[in-house]
Design a protein around this ligand. Structure first.
Ligand code: FUB
Length: 370
């Protein structure tokens, strides 16, 4: 997950130059000290963050926001200092529990409801509780979460509660036929629920290209279609899939799949779906180019056609978001690393308004202001 040289380019970005995205390739740890110096300088020169952290006493990331019974609930990752050195598999993201937060309105006081699920209570879990999501159906709240199993393979689990804030009781086994990371569960207007998931690199999606797990990291060539996020309709009991997992196609303006070498636009992780004016919007992180991008389509299964960038790179390496409507306005929940002054694995959640233009396109958000 981490590519240290990004910090150097981030400093350039902060003082007004463009991010050199194609240069964001890992060169190991030799440049860390210089990179950190650059970032400190960038931070001290001009603190121009568009929004403030919502939570300041613990580190939080990957915010999945929902409105349940008129209240806003946020289901984030809970970042901690793991002491594990950074690597491209994201081993330093070694999270152990989830907290749920709530607010009665955007800008209102935020409540931390404490630990909602602890890794020690998940019978099949090994390590690394990554980005979760939640859903509600028929009186039960469902928390969906990715975690490595005891063989170090990411799977997606589910836990249930009668309360949106938990505590959540995990099922004994991961969701059958689930794999990789970043579950996002979307409820369609007809009452059907769909789970989108997947993430490359540390998220292991590339290991499932054949439909079975292979421990080698094999990626498509640059001129081949990129790895796509996955989708499956949820079963009535919300504890599993009711169909085979499918690819979600993301197409370019010519109707061709985005290519693996199209790092500026192709899917990396953090899929999210919302519906606006009858269109389905699939948004996601482009990972090593650090955007939240989006594509639109006419069905929850896609295909989706690439449209543009919702959120430009933030302070930190990862970019991960959710989009939710609250009282007729749309909001983007996201994270950056303002509180930890740029430490990639110590993030903080934020929220900002999102605007759909009359033609349905979304205004690009810059997480810094001029
Ligand atoms: O928080 C751990 C991982 O970092 C998430 O699962 C990814 O989406 C990235 O934000």
């Amino acid at each position: 997950m981490i590519q240290n040289i990004y910090l150097k380019y981030l400093a350039i970005f902060l003082i007004g130059s463009s991010v050199l995205s194609t240069a964001c390739q890992s060169t190991g740890t030799a440049e860390v000290e210089n990179d950190e110096t650059d970032q400190q300088e960038a931070l001290s020169e001009d603190n121009r963050f568009l929004n403030e952290p919502l939570v300041t006493d613990i580190y939080t990331a990957d915010p999945s926001a929902h409105v349940f019974n008129g209240r806003i609930y946020i289901y984030p990752s809970h970042d901690i200092e793991s002491g594990i050195p950074m690597n491209d598999d994201g081993s330093h993201f070694d999270m152990k529990d989830y907290h749920v937060f709530s607010m009665d309105s955007i800008g209102g006081e935020i409540t931390d409801h404490g630990v909602a699920l602890d890794i020690k209570d998940i019978p099949w879990a090994g390590r690394q509780l990554w980005a979760p999501d939640a859903a509600y159906k028929d009186g039960t709240y469902y928390l969906y979460f990715p975690v490595k199993d005891k063989n170090d393979v990411f799977r997606i689990g589910v836990a249930t509660s009668q309360s949106p804030t938990g505590p959540f009781k995990p099922e004994e086994q991961p969701i059958a036929k689930s794999f990789s990371i970043d579950p996002a569960v979307y409820k369609d207007t007809d009452g059907q629920y769909y789970m989108y998931f997947g993430g490359i690199w540390g998220g292991q999606l590339q290991r499932w290209a054949t439909g079975e797990y292979k421990p080698e990291d094999v990626y498509p060539a640059d001129n081949e279609p990129a790895l796509m996020p996955k989708v499956a309709r949820m079963s009535d009991d919300m504890l599993g899939f009711s169909e085979e997992v499918r690819d979600v196609q993301i197409l370019d303006e010519n109707g061709e799949p985005l290519l693996a070498g199209d790092n500026e636009r192709r899917f990396f992780e953090a899929a999210w779906v919302h519906r606006y004016n009858g269109k389905y919007y699939l948004s996601y992180s482009t990972g090593d180019t650090h955007n939240i991008a989006y594509a639109t389509g006419d069905s929850p299964y896609g295909p989706f056609t690439y449209q543009g960038v919702i959120l430009k790179p933030v302070l930190g390496w990862t970019n991960h978001h959710s989009i939710v409507e609250v009282d007729g306005k749309w909001y983007l929940f996201y994270h950056d690393t303002e509180l930890s002054e740029g430490q990639t694995h110590l993030r903080n959640i934020k929220v900002t308004e999102l605007t759909h233009r009359p033609d349905g396109t979304i205004e690009t958000i810059d997480a810094y202001y001029e």
